[in-house]
Design a protein around this ligand. Structure first.
Ligand code: NAP
Length: 476
């Protein structure tokens, strides 16, 4: 059951403001209103950019930024349960998974605090060439400017943390637009930042029509960087429209896993069964395509399918629930259409394939799929995965790479040689060995290649993206 509905105002220049218009937030599970949020438009966005630019005109020293981030980490740790409940209510994320997200956000803020304290440039060895003799030079990392941050619904707290925390560590003020479906977690994070002592203007949060807010962020030259996490379709268009800005993209995937015959097949079955369906498959690195060496295929399915059938589907607020709802009816209908289309093209349903008595999608496993099917080459973003046999490692690499996406991929193998071959052959931003590719620790460099994006997140990497290197040369 959802907790009591909350009313939230927007954070603009340190003030909590109403706009006269409200946006309702509904539980994807029950449809109940779980909150309402003041709705912003172009004029509030302009005010937010003005406030952010003003804030940056009085820079915060690194120690102050680090202290605020460390205090935020402590507050997130103290209020973890409340944060997890908010994520569960508005995103429909099972409470046990939501608790993990809230816990991870503590590390994100801690890592960003460490970056704020250690961010530094280099000394350039000037006398290494005749031209530099008699000169001293160093580089400094300077904040890039106001950061526009746009975040998705599926990690409504920790992915907001992955934008706000490094931006503040870098010395940049932020104008944040969270997903309309999940703004309550982002506003809660903003409340904690204010409580941690962040001065007015450094973080401004706007909820409202995406295109209106996006248009201002694209048009205003003071917004020097847009950090976007979401779908490839929206992300790449945004980058085209903002040609003179740095646009950092963290986008989707159609995550493959290879299981070699020399792997611990039981371990592979257990890890992939857990990670193909967590948060109903709505993670950008949810296991979607499993390729198993033909000689291990039956053993894999014998370990995998009972685990999938045992997953508890139901109310996300229930501690026992593994798989809750997908975000809305449109998503559910699209996934059911893709299942029907795959079946019509010859796919076999090995588990699930339809909604349960409550109307929630059951964890679905398809066999006999072809690479051209939507469930194979596009991002499903739902509780569905495919299992296919292969005959050679080269074929497995080719199948895994057979997508426009390239975020993370995984391989289970007992051979170091095979693991290293996978590290070279798989065209993805990250390759996980003997772990589901859904794994992410928040300090890791995380990001995709090909259609999946153009950057790495993780505070250390984001801080570098959000600062510019300035060279200073001094003649003696
Ligand atoms: P989405 O529909 O692309 O939305 C993402 C954000 O973009 C939302 O805040 C949305 O606002 C906003 N937006 C939409 N149209 C816009 C426009 N014209 N201008 C500016 N902003 C705009 O994605 P989603 O459905 O929330 O998230 C799912 C996707 O995110 C999946 O593809 C998933 O793989 C990807 N993802 C990637 C990562 C990663 O790190 N690589 C992590 C998580 C998720 P509204 O909500 O108001 O429409």
């Amino acid at each position: 059951m959802a907790v009591t509905a909350r009313e939230r105002k927007l954070l603009l220049d340190g003030e909590w403001v109403e706009t006269g218009e409200w946006h309702e937030v509904r539980s994807p599970y029950s449809g109940d209103v779980v909150g309402r949020v003041a709705r912003a438009g172009a004029s509030e966005t302009q005010r937010a950019v003005d406030a952010a630019a003003r804030a940056m005109s009085e820079p915060l020293p690194a120690y102050a930024r680090a202290e605020i981030l460390a205090r935020t980490a402590d507050l997130v740790a103290e209020r973890q349960e409340e944060i997890a409940r908010t994520i569960c209510d508005e995103a429909g994320k099972p409470i046990k998974t939501a608790r993990v997200e809230a816990e991870r956000a503590v590390s994100t803020f801690q890592a960003a605090a460490a970056e704020a304290r250690t961010l530094a440039g280099d000394v350039v060895p000037m006398d290494a060439s005749p031209a530099g003799v008699g000169k001293v030079a160093y580089t400094a990392r300077v904040p890039i400017g106001v950061v526009g941050a746009i975040s998705p619904f599926n990690f409504p707290f920790n992915l907001v943390a992955h934008k706000v925390a490094p931006a503040l560590a870098a010395g940049c003020a932020v104008v944040l637009k969270p997903a309309s479906q999940t703004p309550l977690s982002a506003l809660m994070l903003a409340e904690l930042e204010a409580e941690a002592g962040l001065p007015p203007g450094w973080l401004n949060v706007l909820v409202g029509r995406a295109s209106e807010i996006g248009d201002v962020l694209v048009a205003d030259e003071r917004v020097r960087l847009i950090s976007f996490t979401g779908s490839a379709e929206v992300g790449w268009k945004l980058r085209e429209r903002a040609a003179r800005k740095k646009v950092l993209l963290e986008l989707g995937n159609a995550t493959p896993v290879i299981v070699e015959a020399d792997a611990d097949v039981g371990d592979a079955a257990a890890k992939t069964a857990a990670h193909a369906f967590a948060f109903a498959g709505q993670s950008c690195i949810s296991v979607q395509r499993i390729y198993v060496a033909r000689s291990a295929h039956d053993e894999f399915l014998a370990g995998f399918l009972p685990r999938v059938e045992a997953l508890q589907v139901g109310d996300p607020a229930d501690d026992a629930t593994d798989v809750g709802p997908v975000i809305d009816e449109d998503a559910k209908e699209r996934i059911l259409d893709w299942i029907e289309e795959a079946k019509a093209q010859g796919a076999a349903v090995l588990a699930g394939g339809e909604p349960n008595e409550e109307g929630l999608l059951r964890p679905t496993v398809l066999g006999d799929v072809t690479p051209e099917m939507k469930v194979s080459c596009l991002e499903v973003f739902g509780p569905l995965c495919t299992v296919s046999p292969y005959d050679s490692l080269e074929e497995a690499f080719e199948l895994a790479n057979g997508t426009e996406y390239g975020l993370q991929a995984g391989i289970f193998t007992g051979s170091v040689k095979t693991a290293m071959a996978a590290g070279s052959a798989l065209e993805f931003g990250g390759v996980l060995v003997n772990e589901a590719p859904t794994f992410r620790a928040d300090q890791m460099p995380y990001g995709g290649v090909k259609a999946s994006g153009n950057t790495k997140e993780g505070p250390r990497y984001s801080v570098r993206e959000m600062t510019e290197e300035r060279l200073v040369v001094i003649a003696r």
